[in-house]
Design a protein around this ligand. Structure first.
Ligand code: DLZ
Length: 197
């Protein structure tokens, strides 16, 4: 069963560089979402070495991490050849990559990002501040996107229960993994951003 989203558009991602920042809260839901996201990126031709991962504790930290990841990639492109990756500049750990099924040992590329995907799972039952966090994170990610001009894909689930979260991560029978939509959206927006530049 597919969700009610748009019919997927397939674009060629072979020239794109994509960042993924994900929260570590609710990791059993985050993991399949990440796997779905990466699977679609690779299916669209994005090179493994052009996918840069970064993690943060919770969804609240996503906007600042996306903003800094983008800024670090800008520094790299103006000092190309330094050998530093955005991950290095942000102090990321390769251990984050190791647990992913599609991870490879190739070292990450450098340069600006064509799109950045922010992934988090906010479950209302677990926080009294659900509305504040969800609202602030959405506003923050939109702000970063408009301020930087880089498409920021909204991969934040805001759900009422763990059951709902599982249904959006493809973990319930017949359910759809929304991570796949985020991967496709990143490639489409990355390609369109290049065309708009
Ligand atoms: C504190 C908190 C709570 C209660 N629930 C969630 C959640 O469901 N999903 C999530 O991504 N993060 C949660 N957090 C952590 C906050 O996002 C943030 O990491 C901390 O408040 C530290 O700033």
């Amino acid at each position: 069963m597919h969700n009610k989203g748009p019919k997927p558009q397939l674009h060629d991602g072979s020239n794109l560089r994509i960042g993924i920042v994900h929260a570590r809260w609710n990791d059993t839901i985050i993991e399949p979402l990440l796997a779905g996201t990466k699977a679609k990126l690779l299916e669209c031709g994005v090179k493994e070495s052009n996918i840069v991962m970064q993690t943060v504790p919770g969804s609240w930290e996503l906007p600042i991490a996306v903003q800094r990841l983008y800024a670090a990639s800008q520094v790299q492109s103006s000092s190309a050849g330094s050998g530093a990756s955005a991950g290095d500049l942000l102090g990321s750990s390769t251990a984050d990559l190791a647990s992913l099924p599609t991870a490879s040992s190739s070292s990450p590329s450098t340069g600006p990002f064509d799109a950045i995907i922010a992934i988090g799972v906010l479950i209302k039952g677990e926080t009294m501040h659900f509305e504040y966090i969800a609202g602030s994170v959405s506003d923050g990610l939109m702000r970063v996107s408009l301020d930087t001009g880089v498409p920021v894909i909204f991969g934040v689930l805001t759900v009422l229960s763990e059951e709902q979260a599982k249904a959006r991560a493809g973990l319930s029978p017949g359910s759809h993994n929304h991570g796949e939509d985020w991967g496709l959206a990143a490639v489409e927006m990355g390609v369109k951003r290049k065309a708009w530049a």
